[in-house]
Design a protein around this ligand. Sequence first.
Ligand code: F6P
Length: 368
Amino acid sequence: MAKTKRAIKTIGVLTNGGDCPGLNAVIRAVSKTAIMQYGLTVFGIEDGYLGLIQNRIRLLNTADVSNILTQGGTIIGTSNTANPFGFQLTVNGQTRVADVSNMAIRNAKQRDLDALVCIGGDGTQTIASKLAKKGLRIVGVPKTIDNDLYGTDRTFGFDTAVAIATEAIDRVHTTASSHHRVMIVEVMGRNAGWIALHAGTASGADIILIPEIPYNIKAVCKYILKRSQHGKRFSIVVVSEGARPRGGQQTINYCDKSDLNFPIRLGGISQKLAADISKETNLECRSTILGHVQRGGTPTAFDRTLATQFGYEAVRLLMNGYSGRMVALRGSKISSLSLESVAGKQRTVPPGNLLMAAAKAVGTSFGI
Ligand code: F6P
């Protein structure tokens, strides 16, 4: 573990990447622990790494972080377009990508920030790892509704996204049964099927399609027709935005060129599925894309407590001299691992996943 003895008096906190329920709960935990437990000064860096590059850094006191535990979003803003190691600059009308990491580090030093807490997903933690290698003291906190960060069993935000998706699928259930339709609900998750697997199982979906298992459209239709033959006049399909047919491609919604880390935005597979299922089975199909509703609003109790533990642990690690680490949940324990070991990796649903086995055992199809 990287350890340093230099005293910490001031820390900066930033939230980077897509927003997620529980960000404010982490900001609150980091700030209150730092101020009340260790007597530190805390600065909030606005809009993630963008604020670090542009030197937009403001003092956070306990009043600023009061009453935000239950709030969705982030009081300091976020951005997924700023990478200090590849930042898009426009000079005299010419756009180029430059390494501005030294400028970001200089800004942190000029504001006397002795250490940073970087809250974000895989892109954020990869950047944090590189900044830590250049000498900034950093501890990362894993965030994303996708739950796809390597090294932690859970990211905060995931539980809330699953709860929102489950409630939405429950609601679709009643309309599916009234109209005797095949209803397809598309959830987020990028290249990981965690949200679809958990929300699909929780809501008793008949078919769950995830990116890790390319589906066979014939098998999907056969399963739906078999249900019809058994008198089940509706079916619920939960599909992850990153799912794809066997031998086919993912469905891309658009390409966000300003996002240098992850320009591709997935989305629309549910519409393709509705068309394919309806053609093959002659049944009436409808598709619903849940989209950003999964990232909004108040976090669940689980996410609030996880966020509070993560924030506390991040400050505790820094105060004990550690840097270049990411806090993590392993089993029921809060621990940490090196940012380097997390950088550039993804945690997808593995073949032997126990929840998937249980879902299969109760009759759920995974489209194969
Ligand atoms: O990573 C979180 C996430 O919500 C993904 O599930 C989704 O693919 C992506 O972000 C959407 O990104 P944006 O908010 O930039 O459209």
